[in-house]
Design a protein around this ligand. Structure first.
Ligand code: HEC
Length: 302
């Protein structure tokens, strides 16, 4: 049935059907391949950004702990007001807040998501609580990452466990009685106490907005696919034009002349001045017409 259908089609229709099939298959395959590659690239980009940032924040925290805290520690005893600069979590958050002031980083976020935080700003939400619980139940786990949907925006996160490694932390995080007076004055006595050495109290979480990065991949995909469709449209048009000019119109002309010769118009000639296949065909037809004329003449004379 398909064979019969194809047989009855004109040459240009056959060409076009074939080209369109090739185009649809070709462009869907290449679109699929491209979109996979772009998505992978976007994911790698998001992961590497988040990794660099969490590493950076950890360095700030480490620097504060090793170099700033020892310098400022006496102030805790002498000063009226608590000096938050002594707290590694405070400095890492301050540094990150400055970083976020740049327009392109404003949707990035860092949080020491804590189950029982000193500063309620650091309180883990339900998603982060689950992360902390995961780290608590799997002590070997060094890092967790993935996507999180936050009020319609898609965020990629990297989280690392925050473990109390030394006794010095307990000076401020064990009981309100032990903690510096000025700290109690500023932060109250209800939160951020009862922590223990070697327990995981929080998760350090970096959030990187993923939507924009994936959207830019989608934009590249649309541009490339637009170009592919455009090129193909031009190719189809050009092939149609060429087919019409070099094959179809000339064959039609030969058919018309043959039609005239068949009803006895012997002065009709197959006009072709090209040397290609159709030119050869027309020349052969001309010779055939001459032979045919001679034969007719001979028969008439008989
Ligand atoms: C001098 C007191 C002090 C010491 C010592 C201290 N912290 Fe804190 N810590 C604080 C205060 C105050 C905050 C709240 C700072 C803010 O406003 O962000 C805090 C915040 C934190 C937070 C963020 C969650 C929260 O409670 O708001 C973590 C996590 C944390 N500290 C862990 C540690 C660790 C680990 C150590 C030991 C290396 C340590 N702290 C040593 C006083 C201290």
């Amino acid at each position: 049935m398909l064979n019969g259908f194809l047989k009855n089609l004109k040459i240009s229709a056959k060409f076009n059907i074939l080209m369109i099939i090739v185009f649809i298959i070709g462009s869907s395959l290449s679109g699929l391949a491209l979109s996979t590659v772009l998505n992978q690239r976007a994911e790698t980009e998001v992961v590497s950004k988040a990794t660099a940032l969490i590493q950076m924040v950890e360095s700030v925290r480490g620097y504060t702990q090793d170099h700033v805290t020892p310098l400022l520690e006496q102030r805790l005893e002498t000063e009226q007001r608590f000096t938050p600069e002594v707290v590694p979590s405070f400095s890492s958050r301050e540094v990150f807040d400055r970083f976020r002031k740049l327009e392109e980083y404003k949707s990035f976020a860092y949080k020491d998501a804590t189950l029982n935080p000193t500063n309620l700003r650091d309180k883990a939400d339900s998603f982060e609580t689950q992360l902390v619980n995961t780290f608590q139940s799997q002590p070997g786990l060094q890092q967790a990452s993935g996507f999180r949907n936050d009020g319609g925006t898609n965020l990629f996160y990297i989280a690392r466990p925050l473990k109390i490694k030394n006794e010095s932390c307990l000076k401020c995080h064990s009981t309100p009685e032990v903690a510096p007076k000025n700290m109690i004055r500023d932060y109250g006595r209800d939160n951020g106490f009862g922590w223990q050495v070697n327990s995981i109290v929080a998760a350090k979480v970096i959030y990187v907005p993923a939507d924009e990065i994936f959207a830019s991949g989608q934009r590249s995909l649309s541009i490339v696919m637009g170009v592919v469709v455009g090129i193909f449209a031009i190719v189809i048009l050009a092939i149609n034009l060429l087919l019409k000019k070099t094959v179809i119109q000339r064959i039609k002309k030969i058919a018309k002349t043959a039609q005239r010769v068949s009803v006895g118009e012997m002065d009709a000639t197959f006009e072709e001045n090209s040397k290609d296949e159709i030119g050869v065909l027309a020349a052969a037809f001309n010779r055939m017409k001459t032979s045919f004329g001679l034969a007719m003449k001979f028969l008439n004379e008989q």
